[in-house]
Design a protein around this ligand. Structure first.
Ligand code: PLP
Length: 381
């Protein structure tokens, strides 16, 4: 968000910045969903909604979990919140107590680590490498487990790396966690539908961990509805009840209008999402081609989400004659100042060798960004 702001400031000064720092689709919400929101206004959905969300929406979420993920939840296990971020906050606040350890694979979405700290917990960060597609190994996970481990956080498809765990990899992780029945699994699946490998795999599919897995999802990314602020969980009943209590005191139910729109999105066919996914894949390939023309970068080939996370550390210590690049923040600032491309430094995600590029922007802008970045990298000696 800070880089986004800096790039907007430059833009306000007349500089044509290509903004690759954003974390949201650049598409407009589909028309049928917008119509549902307008209709909700006209039909006077202006009163408080139930604290856990409208029952018909929660039932639609139950149907989504069943149809798309083959997961069985009751409506009581589904809580609708103000975005997946709020869902996650409810869950972390509900399960993490002072001194509890939460295992968080890095690179991680910034909010995970901050929420754990806010709840008084301790982040146990698992390092990964670009060579291993930024994925943890089961052995690494097991080595990090202690009697204080309360939860394990998993994000697939991942922000910021675009990595997607396969069914086999998730099973291996589930088999480790099955040995430790007190650990709660928090599976953030908000990028479920932005996936270039086919069917989404959820760790909740494995029976040996299902009864203590919380699945977090929402409409923000897959229906281009980030501003509507609707997320949800499918959770063990006791966790859902705790989230419900918290939510009823903090926020009450989420926006009535946004919920009616989310209901429409969830109960319509997925053609919007399928088309968007194809566009994201083309853009990914375009950016990968651009990165391949810049020497000494290391990167994985993301299989989902809309981010690339190149390791730029080969350029640390180099200079264009004016600026010495000491770290990833210097690199992001350099690219903004000299290539007019906004990115996010990787240290925000627990990986200081990398920068994050979002390709949630039009192809011609991506081409321009890659050309300008290539020139800026070439100046670093
Ligand atoms: N989880 C991840 C990994 C995200 O990247 C984001 C948004 O950037 C969210 C959750 C939050 O989604 P929402 O906008 O629904 O709060």
């Amino acid at each position: 968000m800070a880089m986004n702001q800096k790039s907007q400031e430059l833009q306000a000064q007349g500089v044509d910045v290509v903004n690759l720092s954003v974390g949201e689709p650049d598409f407009f919400t589909p028309d049928h969903v917008k119509e549902a929101a307008k209709e909700a206004v006209d039909k006077n959905f202006s009163f408080y909604s139930p604290g856990d969300g409208y029952m018909d929406l929660r039932k639609a979420v139950v149907a989504k979990f069943k149809n798309e993920n083959n997961l069985d939840f009751t409506p009581q296990q589904v809580i609708v919140s103000n975005g997946a971020k709020h869902s996650l906050a409810n869950v972390v606040m509900s399960v993490v107590d002072d001194g509890d350890e939460v295992i968080v694979p890095a690179p991680y979405w910034v909010t995970y680590a901050e929420l754990v700290k806010l709840a008084g917990g301790v982040n146990v960060v698992l390092e990964t490498t670009v060579e291993n597609d930024f994925k943890i190994t089961p052995a690494q996970l097991e080595a990090a487990i202690t009697p204080k481990t309360k939860a394990f956080m998993l994000c697939s498809p991942s922000n910021p790396t675009g990595s997607v765990y396969s069914g086999g990899e998730l099973k291996a992780i589930a088999d480790i966690l099955a040995k430790y029945p007190n650990i709660i699994i928090i599976a953030d699946e908000i990028y479920e539908h932005i996936n270039f490998v086919g069917k989404h795999e959820s760790i909740a599919q494995f029976e040996n961990v299902r009864d203590r897995t919380v699945v977090i999802n929402g409409v923000s990314k897959c229906y281009a509805m980030t501003g509507y602020r609707i997320g949800y969980i499918g959770a063990p009943l006791w966790i859902a009840k705790a989230c419900s209590k918290l939510q009823s005191q903090f926020t009450s139910g989420p926006s009535s209008i946004a919920q009616r729109a989310a209901l429409k999105a969830l109960t319509s066919d997925n053609s919007f999402t399928v088309d968007m996914n194809k566009i994201f894949q083309r853009r990914r390939d375009l950016v990968l081609q651009g990165l391949s023309e810049i020497p000494a970068l290391k990167y994985n080939v993301p299989q989902g989400a809309f981010y690339l996370f190149p390791d730029v550390s080969a350029y640390f210590g180099k200079s264009d004659g004016e600026t010495v690049i000491k770290d990833c923040t210097d690199m992001s600032l350099y690219l903004l100042a000299k290539a007019y491309v906004a990115t996010v430094p990787g240290d925000a995600f627990g990986e200081p060798k990398c920068i994050r590029l979002s390709y949630a922007t039009a192809e011609e802008k991506l081409r321009k960004a890659m050309t300008q970045m290539k020139e800026a990298f070439a100046k670093l000696k």
